[in-house]
Design a protein around this ligand. Sequence first.
Ligand code: DGI
Ligand code: FE
Ligand code: FE
Length: 188
Amino acid sequence: MMNYEIIYNYLKENLEDKRFIHTMGVVSTAKKLANLYGVDEKRAEIAALCHDICKNLSNEELLEIFKNNNIELSISEKNTQTLWHSIAAPIVAKEKFNINDEEILGAMRWHTTGKLSMTKLEKIIYIADMIEPSRRFDGVEEIREAVLKDLDSGVLIGVNHTIRYLLDRGNLIDENTIAFRNGLILNL
Ligand code: DGI
Ligand code: FE
Ligand code: FE
C-alpha cells in the first residue's frame, strides 16, 4: 500500500527509535486484534501507524497547530500536555497524508483517553497502544490475555489500570477517560 510506505518512512525519519519500535508494535497488535474482532485490518494498520505521529512535536508546535485549526481544549486537556499529541494527530494525518477516514482519525484522536461510545477500531487502537510487545508494566500480561477473550472486558481492565496510575500520581483525570470507563461498565 502506497500510503503505508510513505507514512512508514516519515515515522522512521521523524520519531525516536524507541517510539518507532513502539509504533510498529502497535501496528502488529492492532492487526491481530482487528482480525480477531472482525475489523478491517488495513484500516487498523493505518490508524496504528499514525497514532503517535505527533509525538516528535514540541508543546509549542502542538499549541500552534491547535491555534491554526481553531481547536478549543477543555480545561483538563489544557493542563495535560501528554494528551496533546493525540489531539493534533488527526489534523496532521489529514494534512500530511490525506487521511480522511473519520474512524481512523477518531482512533488517533482518542487513543490517549478513550471516550464514551468508542467503535471497535477505536478501542483496538486504544488497547494495542497499551499492550504492544515492548510495553512492560505490572499487570500488562493480564490485559493481554483478557483482550483476547473479550475486547470490552480487556479494555476496561486497561482503563482501570490507567486511572489507578493517574490517581497514584495525583494527575488530572480527563472527563473522556471517566466517560469511557462508565460506558464500558454499563455495556458489560
Ligand atoms: O503516546 P504513548 O506513550 O504511546 O501513550 P499514550 O498516548 O496512551 O499516553 C500518553 C499519556 O496520557 C500517558 O502518560 C497516560 C496519559 N493519560 C491517558 N489518559 C489520561 C492521561 N493523563 C491524564 N492526566 N488524564 C487522563 O485522563
Ligand atoms: Fe500516544
Ligand atoms: Fe503510543
